[in-house]
Design a binder for this molecule. Sequence first.
Ligand code: GLP
Length: 264
Amino acid sequence: MGKHMEVVIAPKGDLAVLAADVIEAQLRRRPGTVLGLATGSSPLGVYRELIRRHREEGLSFSRARGFLLDEYVGLPDDHPQRYRNVIAEEFTAQVDWPDSQVTGPDGLATDLPAACASYERAIEAAGGVDIQLLGIGSDGHIAFNEPGSSLVSRTRIKSLTRQTREDNARFFDDDIDQVPVHCLTQGLGTIGEARHLILLASGAEKAEAVHQLVEGPVSARWPATVMQLHPHVTVLVDEAAAARLELRDYYREIYESKPDWQGL
Ligand code: GLP
């Protein structure tokens, strides 16, 4: 299914349904699907829609595997902002997805490089990620690959930018000092091995990052631009996040005239 980076501009609720449709189709085709899960607010609508389909339409995750993109270093096991807990709370514990089939990098490991290497091996042993959900940081990061990240990087420890810590302070009593300085994150090379990347973005604060992602030069300055090199990328954006796309009318025309059989 190799194709171009596809941009879909639609209201936020519609975007969540589109992403859920792709995931549902894949799960029905192959119940043992490997999903790449993202935290942050961007994928929340997708998770809500999948939970609804589980409850009302019997969509099952019982054989699926899940891998998180990233994790803070040092947050205690039971901290509500530990991404492993966030994803359980917002999604996986609300469906029939066994806890043992969802994993993230271990931000509490005493040997962090070893934890990163073993995470890479676990993804590989599962056969790689089929569908990877992604949000985007206002500074153009994906997962926690901040500006300057190597475009071929693997899972490793990173320092968060001040911008990202300010953006995420809302989850830590609006107190930037409570936001960890370090994280473990899948690298851009790791993420690039997932077979289908679906990125969601909404709101004006993402407009510049989305413009760079789709139309900027591929550069570590805007890490998400590496996605231009991937054969199967879907960028789902609302009007506000699409506002700075220079070719947004063209993307709209392509999508509107797209044959139904093609899918995302
Ligand atoms: C965090 C996460 C990213 C996420 C980004 C955007 O930094 N590590 O995976 O994409 O925030 O978050 P939001 O979707 O809440 O805007």
